[in-house]
Write a protein that binds this ligand. Structure first.
Ligand code: NAD
Length: 419
């Protein structure tokens, strides 16, 4: 299933989406040349002593797409299908995403091709520390600030912060975000992406005059982003009728008990076998009649070959790049309202920014303060994108890219070229 999902080239999608928005903005070719491609790419070899004593080599990457509006910012992914092109795509999207929510960061991303599910904690720690030391010249609180992504978490960030700090000789919490609270992490960071997804869905429901109470929801990918969004939708009275992870899909017409499902997954590691639910296939999950579909797994899950079966009213892209350009056109023709990834899942990087601000100022904000600021940023950004969508009569994805790319273009034009 994973091979099929990651089959498309995400970087081609990122470039195609850029061109569509740049055309709509009528950007001149000089500006396009300056902002379209990554500024800096590092590929590294990571030797790791495995628990059985032998040494295994992993490949890792760090891509800085843009530092035009501020330090580069973006997560680190551990996954068997990480490729340089995938990391370049994710770094590109980070640039437009930070600009859409108007935070003073550029875009970056990192990744290591590995299978963390089959590695021990010790192996993961040694790999993380060696990867950190390999990318060390590129990262830093004023330069490039990593964060968690798929299969990395606060513990991974703690190892990165420790390795970086030990090399410099003093503690530097601002080098990563998504840290444990005890190391200078922000309250609200862990659930920030899912919370932000929820705020954008709330705004979309308001725009479409769709009541959240009783709305039916399907979530593909029940990890950090997907499970928090599901929990908040459940708390708001929506019925989450189907959920999946990499091990299977569960379905219940009257709505799944999301708190119980989260609890079960935290113990067993999967959603499969959830009591009083039916097992369905990934294809059936996508085709489910529902109000809100939340793809929250990986790229290219909704493609030309399966977009026709989608029957949701809203598709909220918690994941990065889950809908291909061809599928975009199909969803658009069916009148489905899309909340594009660079808007929908920007809550994570927004609270990462809050965390970085707190680290730099040695401050510690209360959770409610973080939530209020996040809600304001997400709802303002939604309104800004919706306005372009309506005023210019362009799809929501193009509208979001126009907002983000337009802000980066303006900044690069003012900065000019060095030397
Ligand atoms: P995660 O590792 O916590 O969760 C990923 C989930 O997807 C897991 O439950 C996994 O089992 C599931 N999954 C993997 N393959 C699947 C498949 N083929 N079908 C169904 N489910 C599958 O990762 P996450 O942090 O929640 O990230 C998910 C997506 O959200 C990614 O695209 C990521 O880039 C994006 N995102 C995450 C954040 C963040 O702060 N965590 C921020 C912005 C965007």
């Amino acid at each position: 299933m994973l091979t099929e999902i990651a089959a498309g080239n995400a970087y081609d999608v990122a470039l195609e989406n850029f061109d569509a928005a740049a055309d709509a903005l009528e950007l001149n070719s000089d500006t396009r040349e300056m902002i379209k491609y990554p500024e800096r790419i590092l590929a590294v070899t990571i030797p790791v002593r495995m628990d059985d004593g032998h040494i295994r080599r992993f490949e890792g990457y760090r891509v800085q797409h843009s530092s035009v509006r501020g330090p580069a910012k973006g997560g680190i992914r551990y996954h068997p299908q990480v490729t340089l092109d995938e990391v370049k795509a994710l770094a590109t999207w980070m640039t437009w995403k930070c600009a859409v929510v108007n935070i003073p960061f550029g875009g970056a991303k990192g990744g290591v091709t590995c299978d963390p599910k089959h590695m021990s904690t010790g192996e993961l720690e040694r790999m993380t520390r060696r990867y950190t030391s390999a990318i060390l010249p590129m990262i830093g609180p004023e330069q490039d600030i990593p964060a968690p992504d798929v299969y990395t978490n606060p513990q991974t960030m703690a190892w990165i912060m420790d390795t970086y700090s030990m090399t410099k000789g003093y503690p530097i919490p601002g080098v990563v975000t998504g840290k444990p609270i005890s190391l200078g992490g922000s309250l609200g960071r862990n659930e920030a992406t899912g919370r932000g997804v929820f705020y954008t869905i709330e705004s979309a429901c308001e725009h479409l005059h769709l009541s959240m109470k009783g709305a039916t929801v399907v979530v593909q990918g029940f990890g950090n982003a997907g499970s928090v969004a599901a929990q908040m939708l459940y708390d708001a009275g929506a019925k989450v009728i189907a959920v999946s992870d990499s091990t299977g899909c569960v379905y219940k017409r009257d709505g799944l008990d999301i708190p119980a499902l989260i609890q079960m997954k935290s113990i067993t590691g999967h959603v499969r076998g959830f009591p009083e639910s039916d097992e369905i296939t990934p294809a059936e999950l996508l085709a489910m009649n529902c109000d809100i579909l939340v793809p929250a797994a990986l790229e290219n899950t909704i493609r030309a070959d399966n977009a026709t079966v989608v029957r949701a009213r809203i598709v909220a892209e918690a994941a990065n790049g889950p809908v291909t350009p061809a599928a975009d056109r199909i969803l658009e023709s069916k009148g489905i309202f899309l909340i594009p990834d660079i808007l929908c899942n920007a809550g994570g990087v927004t609270v990462s920014y809050f965390e970085w601000v707190q680290d730099e100022q040695h401050l510690f904000w209360e959770a409610q303060d973080v939530y209020n600021r996040l809600e304001r940023v997400m709802k303002t950004s939604f309104r800004d994108v919706l306005k372009i969508h309506l005023d210019r009569n362009v799809p929501m994805r193009i509208a979001a890219n126009m907002l983000g790319i337009g802000r980066v273009a303006e900044a690069v034009q003012i900065r000019g070229i060095y030397p």
